[in-house]
Ligand binder design. Structure first.
Ligand SMILES: Cc1cc2nc3c(=O)[nH]c(=O)nc-3n(C[C@H](O)[C@H](O)[C@H](O)COP(=O)(O)OP(=O)(O)OC[C@H]3O[C@@H](n4cnc5c(N)ncnc54)[C@H](O)[C@@H]3O)c2cc1C
Length: 312
């Protein structure tokens, strides 16, 4: 277990002496799989998970093996956030070094846009701090092209005040996909930066927040996160939520506090990814027919208040 930069530096020295290649693991979400061969030494940063917040300066120092869920839990308690992953189990390391798209990306940029500095153990085992004014070439490379440049043991991020978001998913009938996706495209072209949306064609997972009648059915989900004034968010989402009501099966967009907002949206994405994996993301004919017959779940309760799963 690697606990600090000195451990990492010692490991790199050992690998160099033994003629071993080195690879790094942070959150373990590398889509292509880690390039491990017989002569590869894996540095697993799971022991480096600390997150420190300087609320006054709106900065976070995050250890190289932390997951986005570690970060969200601590930063959210201060009403602060930065762009992380759509899913909370992704590593801060790999996601930031590759750019990093998340629920706040349109408002606050990529995760790497919010990177202020990084502590890096180089192949020579020297520990350096890269930022806009030190080791500037290395710093530029780390912000999006950062794989195999060294082992990052600490990331420093800029934070933003995020108190309330409107987040969740609109679940739509798969056979209305063309109509829904056209509305999604139109809104994407005009929506303010406060709105980040993802359209997913998948099979509804048996998650607690999904009505049982939808479980296993093909759906199109517009997952969205509005980071700004909630009333404006409601108005911006209206074309999808109201005008396209005929296509909407279930509306789970709702207000949520910042410390849980990211987790709520991430939970949705996590279930969708898991379901897509289980079902091989196939939309079979029987399921399509069943979906056509599925009850439409109105997003409003009989009292007229917005119902569904309100994310808290
Ligand atoms: C289910 C899933 C969901 C995803 N969601 C998103 C998303 O919402 N937004 C997005 O932008 N991307 C997303 N991705 C892509 C993801 O960002 C990349 O796969 C990323 O590399 C994963 O980082 P990791 O730390 O979890 O993975 P790891 O497998 O641990 O690391 C991947 C590579 O990153 C490098 N690395 C990681 N940490 C360090 C470090 N501290 N120092 C030096 N090098 C390091 C290493 O080269 C390593 O091989 C997703 C991937 C999956 C599988």
């Amino acid at each position: 277990m690697w606990a600090n930069p000195a451990d990492v530096a010692a490991t790199l020295r050992f690998a160099a002496e033994a003629g071993l290649n080195v690879t790094v693991r942070s959150g373990g979400h590398s889509a292509g799989g880690l390039p491990i061969q017989e002569t590869t030494l894996l540095i697993d940063l799971a022991g480096l998970r600390a997150v420190d917040i300087d609320a006054r300066r709106a900065r976070a120092s995050v250890a190289g093996g932390a997951l986005w869920r570690d970060f969200d839990a601590v930063a959210g308690a201060f009403g602060l956030a930065t762009t992380g992953g759509l899913i909370s189990s992704t590593g801060v390391g790999g996601l930031t070094l590759g750019g990093g798209i998340g629920w706040l990306v349109r408002k606050y940029g990529l995760a790497s846009d919010n990177l202020l500095a990084a502590e890096v153990v180089l192949a020579s085992s020297e520990v350096v701090r890269a930022s806009d004014d030190r080791h500037t070439d290395l710093f530029r490379a780390l912000r999006g092209g950062g794989f195999r440049l060294g082992v990052v043991t600490q990331f420093d991020f800029k934070l933003h005040p995020v108190s309330t978001v409107l987040a969740g998913g609109l679940w739509c009938k798969a056979e209305r996909a063309a109509e829904v996706l056209r509305a999604f495209r139109a809104l994407s072209q005009t929506a303010p930066d406060e709105l980040t949306m993802v359209a997913i064609a998948t099979v509804a997972p048996p998650a607690p927040f999904v009505p049982p009648s939808l479980h296993g059915k093909p759906v199109v989900v517009i997952a969205c996160c509005w980071c700004g004034d909630v009333e404006s968010g409601e108005r911006t989402l209206a074309p999808l939520r109201a005008e396209r009501r005929a296509a909407v099966l279930y509306d789970m967009a709702g207000e949520s506090r910042s410390d849980r907002a990211a987790r709520a949206a991430q939970l949705l994405a996590q279930h969708l990814f898991a379901a897509a994996r289980r079902c091989g993301n196939r939309l079979d004919r029987r399921a399509l027919r069943e979906t056509a017959n599925a009850d439409v779940h109105d997003s409003r309760s009989p009292s007229g208040r917005r119902g569904g799963a309100r994310i808290r």
